[in-house]
Design a protein around this ligand. Structure first.
Ligand SMILES: Cc1cc2nc3c(=O)[nH]c(=O)nc-3n(C[C@H](O)[C@H](O)[C@H](O)COP(=O)(O)OP(=O)(O)OC[C@H]3O[C@@H](n4cnc5c(N)ncnc54)[C@H](O)[C@@H]3O)c2cc1C
Length: 301
């Protein structure tokens, strides 16, 4: 019986693991190796690293710190969380463990434009493809930027990036844009160009990211897909926790879900989708878990 099983080894899961281990609790962390943070070529907005740090290096440092406090970690995909009386059964494909509490830090996965993985990863590494204007809009200041998207989501992403460059084009992923009058007017006022799709034929050409569109071949210094994301909240929802309309896990200000004993932190909870926010929520969740376990059975050394 573990005090807490953490599902997810990204910034949220690892931060909570460090806190919980330092509270002298018995914890186990499961991770299936697909942190969004591992995709970051170099983050420049995460405080404390002048000059930046790659997502993989940051995760490596956090894993090392967690291990130094005795955190046990299993590479496994968790397939189910079953609430029992006042504990949980956590299942992977080849094991079952019991825990007094569970912390879900499973993150989200960005929807990608249709291209092969090798091209995608090369473009990401070179900053030709980007997913997070809050994170790296600064790096594309005054560049020629494409946004693949439409509707109010595409419009908001394009308008956000307009704060960095005058040269923004919103390209419809499918044949035509789906923009109501209000969206179209906001784009026009901001001087954002609109091009119909379908977009495809993606390639790196002369150091730029190129694609086909209804207006012919287009080339950009950087392209931001604004195609939404898949929220990895299915374990919590299947266990009976409440989700938001867009699939995030509902929590209170202490990161408690609506299911007693189940907590959530990071991108899987609605928020800023940033490392700093994931870490902050994880610290709150871990401290709440510690205090609630203490109330249940008076923690003493
Ligand atoms: C290209 C890119 C650049 C970014 N740049 C920045 C930046 O510069 N600054 C910034 O603050 N943020 C940046 N972000 C956002 C940042 O990566 C996320 O906000 C952060 O990773 C969220 O942490 P998390 O722990 O909630 O989720 P994640 O890092 O996604 O971790 C979730 C973990 O859960 C595990 N998992 C999921 N389901 C299961 C399961 N069923 N069983 C076992 N394990 C499971 C996954 O393997 C993963 O390790 C960027 C994101 C991208 C994609």
């Amino acid at each position: 019986m573990h005090d807490c099983v953490i599902i997810g080894g990204g910034p949220a899961g690892l931060t909570s693991a460090i806190y919980l281990a330092r509270f002298h609790l018995d914890i186990l962390l499961f991770d299936n190796g697909s942190s969004r943070a591992a995709l970051i070529p170099c983050t420049h907005n995460h405080a404390g690293f002048p000059g930046g740090i790659s997502g993989k290096d940051l995760l490596g440092r956090m894993s090392e710190q967690a291990a130094s406090f005795g955190v046990r970690r299993h590479h496994a995909h968790v397939t189910g969380i079953e609430p029992q009386e006042d504990t949980f059964l956590v299942r992977t494909s080849d094991m079952e463990v019991q825990a007094r509490t569970v912390l879900l830090a499973t993150g989200v996965v960005n929807n990608r434009p249709d291209m092969d993985d090798a091209l995608h990863d090369r473009a990401l590494e070179q900053g030709l493809l980007r997913y997070c204007p809050i994170c790296d809009g600064y790096e594309v200041t005054d560049k020629r930027i494409g946004v693949i998207g439409t509707g109010s989501h595409g419009m908001r992403e394009a308008l956000f990036l307009r704060g960095y460059s005058r040269d923004i084009t919103l390209i419809a992923p499918d044949a035509e844009h789906m923009l109501d009058e209000e969206c179209a007017a906001a784009l026009d006022t901001a001087g954002i160009a609109r091009v119909d799709g379908p977009c495809g034929g993606f390639a790196i050409e002369d150091g730029q990211f190129a694609m086909d569109s209804a207006a012919g071949r287009l080339r950009f210094d950087s392209v931001y897909p604004a195609l939404g994301s898949k929220i990895r909240s299915e374990l919590a929802l299947a266990a009976g926790a409440r989700g938001t309309d867009d699939g995030c896990i509902v929590t209170d200000e202490h990161q408690r879900t609506t299911l007693p004993g189940l907590y959530a932190a990071g991108d899987v909870v609605r928020g800023l989708d940033q490392i700093s926010h994931a870490m902050g929520q994880a610290g709150v969740a871990a401290t709440t878990i510690r205090n609630e376990l203490s109330e249940r059975r008076a923690l003493r050394r």
